[in-house]
Ligand binder design. Sequence first.
Ligand SMILES: Nc1ncnc2c1ncn2[C@@H]1O[C@H](COP(=O)(O)OP(=O)(O)O)[C@@H](O)[C@H]1O
Ligand SMILES: [Mg+2]
Length: 225
Amino acid sequence: MNILELKSVTKTYNIGSEKPVYALKGIDFAAKSGESIAIQGVSGSGKSTLLNIIGCLDSLTSGEYYLDGEKVQFSNNKHIAKIRNKKIGFVLQNFGLLNDRYVSDNIALPLLLGNISIGKADKLALSAAKSAGIDQLYDKKVKKLSGGEMQRVAIARAIVTDPEIILADEPTGSLDKATGRQIVEMLVQMAQSGKTVIIVTHDDSVAEMCSRRFYIEDGQIREVI
Ligand SMILES: Nc1ncnc2c1ncn2[C@@H]1O[C@H](COP(=O)(O)OP(=O)(O)O)[C@@H](O)[C@H]1O
Ligand SMILES: [Mg+2]
């Protein structure tokens, strides 16, 4: 079964203005658990827009989005916040961490936004740190870490709520090639253990590591076979 499915999704920015931007022009796309999916395309082609809609960070203009068989209601803020917190983990190019805080705080943050005791949050955060191979950095401040280590913290934070879907927007963009490869290997492994992982990348060698590849061009998506 598809964990997520987009049907005829469009996204237009600046609707009603003199210069509307037709970022997505009718996207049909579906993903299953266990898949690692690369999304490529030139700068400005709509990759981040697509990922943000899948992650419920942005709304669609028309079309439908089904998550776990349920239609996503973008106008229902509570429902959207719940999906974002429970079902989606996000990894960004520039990590998006609180640099002055400890690794442990950063990883636990999504849990503390929910209703959970500090003790339980700490236990889950440590377990996520282990999965990301950084439990030995747990009590360090983020600003003391290397880029690769920071991205592992971001991955630990993304998986701490045990989401079904992990979205990564240019996760290797700030890393050297070898470190980037390790990060993608980790994400692909998470897919193999049953998650759905979607990686936006302009790096062919990253895309080749994924189980499926898509290309966005002129607001349309096609699979690269
Ligand atoms: N918040 C926004 N407001 C207006 N236009 C936007 C906004 N976000 C993105 N765009 C435009 O939508 C198009 C797709 O952008 P984006 O999804 O960021 O592309 P990519 O991630 O592939 O570089 C671009 O033309 C971009 O300028
Ligand atoms: Mg982008």
